[in-house]
Design a protein around this ligand. Structure first.
Ligand SMILES: Cc1cc2nc3c(=O)[nH]c(=O)nc-3n(C[C@H](O)[C@H](O)[C@H](O)COP(=O)(O)OP(=O)(O)OC[C@H]3O[C@@H](n4cnc5c(N)ncnc54)[C@H](O)[C@@H]3O)c2cc1C
Length: 244
């Protein structure tokens, strides 16, 4: 398949989805796999959905979650960190439970697939979710642009998609994975928060690159400041953040 980050995706609509399986990622993070009652909508990496329980007995309303799967994979996958009321309830949901999903929402992370730029992804914790979608899409569509992923976690046990990322790194020549741990020292990992020295160690230059940052607010604001000090033009930086 040739690379085709084309701009065809559906308009957001409410659709019913059924939970078909769950996969534990870390102690407090789980992936959820849903099947559409009708048919899957078209989306791009970077899109998110608003989801609510179809039978919303606790009046929890809806929450936003990035789409974790690539459009080249089947159906809908969300990866959720348990932090509060909604996420606790969805962790306990039974297989077969129905949900109302509004999507695709937001904008694709990569707008122009023909651009000859490198991509630098900066992720913290559950901020990795949309990058999973981009990476599998890139692999499946033979997207050639170089992709660097700087991924920060407290400990090795907190790494979401640990095995998948390792495999992607082996399979994709154009993918460079740099993982860092802030609360433990381990072979194969950088130590501490993502910083300018870490970027300089792996990037040949800061030019001709698009930067996408996703994670907690502190990581996002800190990364923007760091990139500005490295003279990266703000128009080449895209951010998404949730949590504290
Ligand atoms: C565009 C977008 C995409 C998102 N994608 C994802 C995703 O892919 N996976 C995901 O897990 N969440 C994602 N979120 C966050 C999600 O929408 C909810 O805010 C979150 O799951 C909290 O829901 P809750 O009802 O369980 O907690 P609430 O009861 O609403 O909040 C409980 C407390 O947890 C804090 N909190 C919220 N999120 C986090 C977090 N991630 N880490 C630590 N503390 C937090 C809140 O500030 C609050 O104090 C996304 C948010 C947006 C806007």
């Amino acid at each position: 398949m040739e690379s085709n980050f084309i701009r065809d995706y559906d308009r957001p609509e409410k659709r019913v989805f059924k939970l078909v399986s769950k996969r534990k990622e870390t102690e407090n993070v789980m992936s959820f796999f849903f099947e559409p009652a009708d048919k899957m909508f078209k989306f791009k990496p970077g899109h998110f959905v608003n989801i609510s329980f179809k039978n919303d007995t606790d009046n929890l309303g809806n929450r936003s979650f990035s789409i974790a799967n690539s459009p080249t994979e089947e159906n809908l996958m969300l990866t959720i960190k348990k932090v509060g009321s909604f996420t606790t309830k969805i962790f306990e949901a039974d297989i077969g439970e129905e949900f109302v999903v509004l999507g695709p929402l937001g904008l694709p992370y990569i707008k122009d697939e023909s651009e000859k730029v490198d991509y630098v992804f900066i992720a913290g914790g559950s901020g990795i979710v949309p990058f999973r979608s981009i990476l599998y899409y890139s692999k499946d569509t033979n997207f050639k642009n170089k992709m660097y992923l700087f991924y920060s976690n407290r400990t090795e046990e907190d790494i979401i998609y640990k095995e998948e990322l390792k495999k992607l790194k082996e399979e994709m020549e154009n993918f460079v994975l740099i993982e860092t741990l802030t609360r433990e020292e381990k072979e194969g990992y950088e130590k501490g928060r993502i910083n300018a020295d870490m970027l300089k160690k792996y990037l040949d230059s800061f030019e001709n690159k698009k930067y996408i940052i996703c994670g907690p607010k502190g990581l996002v604001t800190g990364s923007i400041e760091m990139l500005k000090e490295l003279n990266v033009d703000i128009k080449n930086i895209k951010t998404e953040s949730w949590g504290n």
